[in-house]
Design a protein around this ligand. Structure first.
Ligand SMILES: [Mg+2]
Length: 212
């Protein structure tokens, strides 16, 4: 059976959460109250993102200049992507971040992989967000990571999931193998989901080598 890896972007491929870095820099402190509601699972990711980014007033140029300074890649990710290609493991990115910085960073870092993420438009200094990869039966998430996992499974793949946060819980529940760190690791412990801890993609690579 073919293997696939679905991975989160923010805090997983990048060393820290780029959306949170943007909000820290460009939004008033109130964005954190919205984040707290999200982490308590009182509101979904979609609602949380829309309300948080409504607080941001900046041009895309200013935001991307900041992102270029702030975002760091896991330095083992390129090696991991090469490993997946050589092992015939399908590797795809599913992100609850925003396309304007996700695609900018992927191009800058020369990472050419399928990616599903939320779509941003800038109008009059304001950010608005659309959700081309949402699931029509769920209003909580923007990009439905679980939907992509199920699609791959229907195509005959076993699916490993790699992530670090709240928006990774749904796919972690269903995945055949889970790599988790930070909040996702805490959530997996709370929900009794088996996972392999990781810090870098070099750890994920070691874990995948044993998963045949
Ligand atoms: Mg993340």
């Amino acid at each position: 059976m073919r293997r696939a890896v679905l991975t989160d972007f923010d805090g997983t491929i990048t060393r820290s959460d780029v959306a949170e870095q943007i909000l820290d820099e460009f939004a008033p402190n109130g964005w954190w109250d919205i984040e707290a509601l999200h982490r308590q699972r009182k509101i979904g990711t979609r609602d949380s993102l829309a309300r948080q980014f409504a607080l941001v007033h900046a041009s895309p140029e200013d935001l991307l200049a900041f992102v270029d300074r702030a975002a760091e890649i896991d330095e083992t990710f390129h090696g991991f992507a090469a490993f997946c290609a050589s092992e015939d493991v399908r590797l795809e990115i599913v992100s609850e971040g925003l396309d304007f910085y996700v695609r900018h960073l992927l191009a800058k870092w020369r990472i050419d992989l399928p990616v599903r993420t939320n779509r941003t438009t800038f109008e009059g200094g304001r950010v608005s967000i659309a959700y081309p990869w949402s699931d029509p039966t769920c209003t909580l998430c923007g990009t439905c990571k679980l939907r992509r996992l199920f699609e791959l499974r229907v195509e005959g793949f076993r699916v490993a999931y790699v992530g670090d946060g709240h928006s990774d819980l749904c796919p972690a529940i269903e995945a055949d193998l889970v790599f988790a760190k930070a909040e996702l690791a805490d959530l997996c412990r709370e929900e009794d989901i088996a996972f392999m801890p990781f810090e870098r993609f070099s750890d994920v690579q070691r874990g995948l080598s044993a998963w045949r």
